[in-house]
Design a protein around this ligand. Structure first.
Ligand code: FES
Length: 541
């Protein structure tokens, strides 16, 4: 960034850029700056090669592929520049001024100028994608996104136009004192032929080292693939999809290998948890979670049997259910809300779960269970939609819904309460229509909480989906669980009631302690959700 800003000063004049270079040199050519710079130059290609080796499949989303290719291209483009400037300065005292560099690259060797231009674009794009991936899950990043985009676009444009302006300026110098300046700059940058020969050999050695390392990694990948291909695992997904992949693949890599849409917001780095799956069968063939995976699973409150697909390498056949799925309506909703990249906002989160469904399922054929679940999802999803919400996750017999994507939190809370009442009514109607097939009416428990969450359109390709992440989501899930404890239809936080403006003084009040919270959360236990929705409607009339 400092380098590009320095180039941009060339739009003012070569002198301005030379003045800026004084600061640039002071920053990066002192012992500490040198350590940081050389450390980054050394570790970056190593990390790129390690990442290339660790990937079992090269099928990946386009942004990840671009990042990998650019990361491996940078050393190849950078070696010549670093040798000719930094190393030549350190070893032979070359003064790599803007006057000399722009004259050389604009007039004498435009081919090198073109290579430097490509280098700048590649390095900058690589850096921007990397930073964006790293920061995009942080709420504090959201307000800075417009500034980040503007900087990402403007800075390289200003740097390149600054370079061109300097090249034209220095080449056009015709006054004797300007020509003398240019000649002096060229002379200060010229090194002895023997030194030049040694620099060329150093450059060649650096290219050779990186090329050999790259070839070594590719060869090691080839050997590993041959060995892995001797053993295969099968990963089974819902809807009877099966992927056969070499042993050693992560579940996420198996999904990509087999073309199964699988959400992975952080690109498989084990940070976001969006790739998580429930292990239905074959859990005993999995290694235990590593420290990093265990930390993420604990952070999201994942129950036993849930694993991060990007971190889990099955040793045998397994059956999984991805826990974050896609629906078409989510995409529309999030696009309407301008929420493509995710943002922090206040939303009401609703969780619902069928009660006693396991015993219902045990008495039925699998086909009937799927039929029943689809009818259930249709009924409750329709109720959520009618109330203005988005049912964004259907997992097992559970449903998660978001309210307030494009509405104030007060409306979101009222809609969520009405949505809960609508879901219970829809389930009642469904139970009546299925009386002959059910030994008892279907029942549901619902929890609602409101608060800040990062809401966004996440995933890739056709697996893109709307989801919310954050503490509010975990609290809502916990409230849904409490409906079992209190044998009630609905549990809401008092915050929801207050934001909805509904009087809940007649409902039992409890205080619960939640993990990561120092103060208890006040909740209201609602035995009859439709009664509360009716009170809400009456209050508004
Ligand atoms: S993809 Fe982000 S944790 Fe697995």
């Amino acid at each position: 960034m400092t380098h590009l800003s320095n180039h941009a000063l060339g739009l003012i004049s070569v002198e301005a850029a030379e003045a800026g270079r004084w600061w640039f040199v002071a920053l990066w050519r002192n012992p500490l700056g040198t350590l940081v710079l050389y450390g980054a130059l050394l570790t970056h290609p190593i990390l790129g090669l390690v990442a290339l080796y660790r990937r079992r499949t090269l099928r990946m989303p386009i942004a990840e592929a671009l990042q990998l290719v650019f990361g491996l291209t940078v050393p190849l483009l950078l070696v010549g520049h670093v040798t000719a400037t930094r190393l030549a300065h350190a070893l032979y005292g070359r003064v790599d001024s803007y006057t000399w560099l722009t004259y050389a690259q604009w007039t004498l060797r435009p081919d090198i100028g073109l290579k430097q231009t490509i280098l700048l674009v590649v390095v900058w794009t690589h850096a921007c994608i990397g930073l964006h991936y790293w920061l995009r899950l942080r709420a504090s990043y959201r307000p800075l996104v417009p500034l980040a985009y503007a900087t990402a676009l403007l800075l390289p444009v200003l740097a390149l136009t600054g370079f061109a302006a300097m090249g034209r300026e220095v080449s056009a110098w015709a006054r004797p004192d300007d020509v003398a300046r240019r000649t002096a700059a060229v002379s200060a940058a010229t090194v002895e032929p023997a030194a030049s020969g040694r620099l060329t050999r150093i450059e060649g050695a650096l290219y050779g080292t990186f090329g050999a390392a790259l070839a070594g990694v590719l060869a090691a990948r080839g050997v590993r693939t041959r060995i892995a291909n001797r053993g295969r695992i099968r990963v089974r997904y819902p809807n009877a999809r099966v992927v056969t992949a070499p042993v050693g693949f992560t579940i996420l890599e198996a999904s990509r290998f087999g073309g199964v849409p699988h959400v992975s917001v952080c690109g498989g780095r084990g940070r976001c948890s969006t790739c998580r799956v429930r292990i239905e069968r074959g859990g005993d063939r999995l290694p235990p979670p590593g420290d990093a995976e265990a930390r993420v699973l604990q952070r999201v409150g994942a129950p036993p049997g849930v694993r991060l697909a990007c971190q889990t390498r099955p040793g045998g056949d397994i059956t999984v259910t991805p826990l974050i799925a896609q629906t078409a309506r989510q995409r529309e909703a999030v696009e309407a809300a301008g929420n493509e990249t995710g943002r922090e906002q206040e939303v009401a989160i609703l969780f619902a779960d069928l009660r006693g469904f396991t015993s219902v399922a045990e008495r039925k054929l699998p086909y009937d269970v799927v039929y029943l679940l689809n009818r259930y999802f249709e009924a409750v999803g329709g109720a959520v939609h009618s109330a203005g919400g988005v049912a964004n996750q259907f997992t097992g017999d559970g449903v998660m819904a978001l309210f307030g994507i494009a509405a104030p939190p007060e409306d979101a809370c009222r809609d969520a309460i009405r949505g809960a009442a609508g879901m219970i009514a829809a389930l009642e109607a469904l139970s009546q229509s299925l009386t002959a097939e059910l030994h008892a009416p279907l029942r549901i428990g619902i929890g609602i909480h409101v608060g800040p969450a990062v809401v966004g359109h996440m995933g890739f390709a056709e697996a893109a989906y709307l989801t919310a992440v954050g503490d509010t989501v975990h609290v809502a899930a916990r409230l849904e669980e409490l409906t079992k404890t209190y044998a009630s239809e609905l549990v809401i936080s008092e915050t929801v009631a207050a934001r909805a403006g509904v009087d809940v003084s007649g409902y039992p009040r409890e205080e619960i302690t939640l993990r990561n919270r120092s103060t208890p959360l006040a909740i209201r236990v609602i035995a009859n959700a439709r009664g509360l929705a009716a009170a809400l409607t009456a209050r508004q009339e």
